[in-house]
Design a protein around this ligand. Sequence first.
Ligand SMILES: *[C@@H]1O[C@H](CO)[C@@H](O)[C@H](O)[C@H]1NC(C)=O
Ligand SMILES: *[C@@H]1O[C@H](CO)[C@@H](O)[C@H](O)[C@H]1NC(C)=O
Ligand SMILES: *[C@@H]1O[C@H](CO)[C@@H](O)[C@H](O)[C@H]1NC(C)=O
Length: 377
Amino acid sequence: MKTSLYFKSKILFLSIVAAQNYPDANATADITLLCESMPFMAGCSVMTACSGKSDAFCKPFSILSDICAADMPRMNDCTNYRVRCNITGTGDKNVPANPIALLGNTNDAQCKSELPLPSLPSSKSLSSQVSSICSEMNMSGCEKCKNTGSTYMDCNLLEVYSFLCKSMPDMKQCGEWKSLCAATPTLSFCPSSSGSEESEGPPAMKMFFHSGFADYVLFESKYKKLVLSFILLTFTEWVPRNALQYWLSNLALFVLAIFYEGLSTYLILLEAKWSKFNKAAACYPYRLSTAAGFPSSSSTTFPHSGIRIALTRFLFKFVLTTLGYALMLVTMTFNIAMYFSVVLGFAFGTLIFGGLSKRTRMESTSDPAEEKISACC
Ligand SMILES: *[C@@H]1O[C@H](CO)[C@@H](O)[C@H](O)[C@H]1NC(C)=O
Ligand SMILES: *[C@@H]1O[C@H](CO)[C@@H](O)[C@H](O)[C@H]1NC(C)=O
Ligand SMILES: *[C@@H]1O[C@H](CO)[C@@H](O)[C@H](O)[C@H]1NC(C)=O
């Protein structure tokens, strides 16, 4: 008797809870009012993206929870949701990876099942990420969100943020986007969702000669990504934003190109020196008696052991190639001034160091001791 009563009351309790579902019409009405007063909220972006879709996260109650659970629980039209689901937070928080943690001690089945999107960033966070990305580089998409100086930029924040992150997923500001998409890959804001793929294209890389300050100096584009990921680590922040930075960048490129020429010349000089000593080493027995020009102690005559030479060569080649290819990539920004900074740097470098290496080569072949040795060998 007792047990059947218990089950009866339990069934009664469950049916009451089921009957208490917050009607879709009420949830939709709440969302409409909320998004009228603050259209930039992440939940409003989800609602827009959900039109005509039937995913679980598109249910009205779920969208209401996107807005009212962590982002803006204090808004007036969130009262019904907040009371029902026992939300105690003060807002401006990202939804945690496990959204159920947001709910207080609620018995409401709907609250527990129609949850907000896991890892959905708060509107405040979205606004600061977009502002941070766009102040670092003026990418296409940035023009949609003007920085007005208020806490929230007034635009479709989640959409712009995802658009920027789709173009440059490796930016440090895109961590929250990655978490969101890892939790719900079918969101239209995520790269793997169908229909969202690349219709809007990567940021404008101008692949023709042009002028203008803002260019991604050694920054990744879709196509150069693999080649550049190594160099990226060093140069991520190198995007000139105004005339002064732009010309300083050009000056730096010019100097780097000259440095490159200097370094290659130095390597040529070293090679000449090594070959001289190698020849001397080959003629060692003969040289002792005839070539008086050389010091006679063997330790000072042959300081360049094979392994040291090989190591030095390796290091030089490494630095030279890194620098050379990096400069090549800079010319591939197709920015006229940057292009000619590099080219002029190489030209001036040859002007300065070219004579030096030639003279050394001539000296080394006209060296009388060298001639004697050449004659011997
Ligand atoms: C839903 O909205 C209707 C009409 O505004 C209202 O009468 C009803 O009480 C609401 N239901 C809940 C559960 O708030
Ligand atoms: C809401 O949750 C808190 C603890 O998180 C609990 O103390 C309180 O009783 C709950 N209120 C309701 C109405 O369930
Ligand atoms: C960013 O680029 C857009 C168009 O490409 C331009 O209208 C806008 O003034 C630029 N903003 C800044 C801050 O440079």
